[in-house]
Write a protein that binds this ligand. Sequence first.
Ligand code: ACO
Length: 391
Amino acid sequence: MVKLPEGVTLPEGVEIKEGLEGVFTSVSRICKVDGQNGILIYSGYNINDLAKHADYEETMYLLFHDKLPNKKQYEEFVSRLRSMREVPQPILDYLKRLNKKISPMHALRTAVSMLADFDDKADDLSYDNCYRIALSLNAKIGTLVAAIARIRQGLEPISPTEHLNEAANFLYMLRGVEPGPAETESIDMCLILHAEHGLNASTFTAKACASSQSDFYSATTAAIGSLKGPLHGGANTEVMEMLLEIGSVENVEPYIMKRLQNKEKIFGFGHRVYKTIDPRAEHLKNLSKALSEEAGNMKWYEMSVKIQEIMRREMDLKGKPIYPNVDFFSASAYYTMGIELEMYTPIFAMSRMSGWCAHLLEQLSDNKLIRPRLYYIGKMNLPYIPIEQRD
Ligand code: ACO
């Protein structure tokens, strides 16, 4: 409920839905988030099936086309995508000139925006052209994320290769060596799980921007800015920072209890739509466990499980159960894979680019300017006083 200042009442017929909670703004065929039952559907397919059987490119095709590809369609899609991975050299040169400690999300947002300067059809809103831009953005964002990660470490960016899938090519560009199948599958699954999630804050931002008939570069640049925040995609980095600050399984209980007593939020928990376990978190928990076992270091996984247990106990006591979201176990999974903390959110952006673009493509055929209202509670009818006469 919105807090109104004393003496202010809303007239009949005015209802305020803070944070647009529970509001449906349109219809979509792309994603269903069943928050009561913890079910996530991408264009008809349960995320559990996609995580188990599909790969990321197939998932992207599904989001763009509302159907899974046959073999020929898949091969054509993948080959077109892979042919677009190279990023214009001036953008890489620009990234190299940035302060190495710059937030990778700032760098990524700027770099994605710069891509428009190298596309002379950036403003052509025909479906075929926007589809081309959607593929290009998805093909290039991995190259940008890997380049930013390397530049931060004082290393030269590595050019993409066309013989690897999205996940393997990303790890190759990050490290300079081709990854094994286990690591490729882990990143592939993370990309599938983070690809799409309905009208979350960043997708809403992208859609609102595009609703003025602005271009895909502007809309996805805006979306990256929204994803960056710690209440949204930025939470995964915060989770790992918290785990490092806690330091050991023994410290978990006093740390979490103190935070809760201080009414501070625990990053990686809670969700606007899920009122039960986020199905993506279940997969990421299993992945984090498997990666930790393989690495022979269970510490971060065990600390995460302990936090989950305490949150469950405490929130049940309050009668307000809160569950881990997609950002919670992805943190320990990425850390165990040796990925730098600050790169977790850019990796999220790399994956969510497909969801953003799917929504932008869907919106092209039925666009309406997104323009909600704010109910004015400010002053009225003040006399204008010339500046010289004001106190
Ligand atoms: N830790 C402790 N308490 C929490 C948490 C949390 N992570 N999340 C919600 N609560 C509590 C709030 O304190 C509030 O309690 P109150 O009613 O006593 O004031 C109640 O649950 C409702 O919380 P809101 O923040 O009002 O719920 P909302 O739907 O607006 O927020 C959000 C959802 C922003 C995700 C919230 O749960 C949160 O801040 N979580 C931590 C950040 C995070 O992990 N974000 C990633 C979300 S997933 C994604 O975007 C990819």
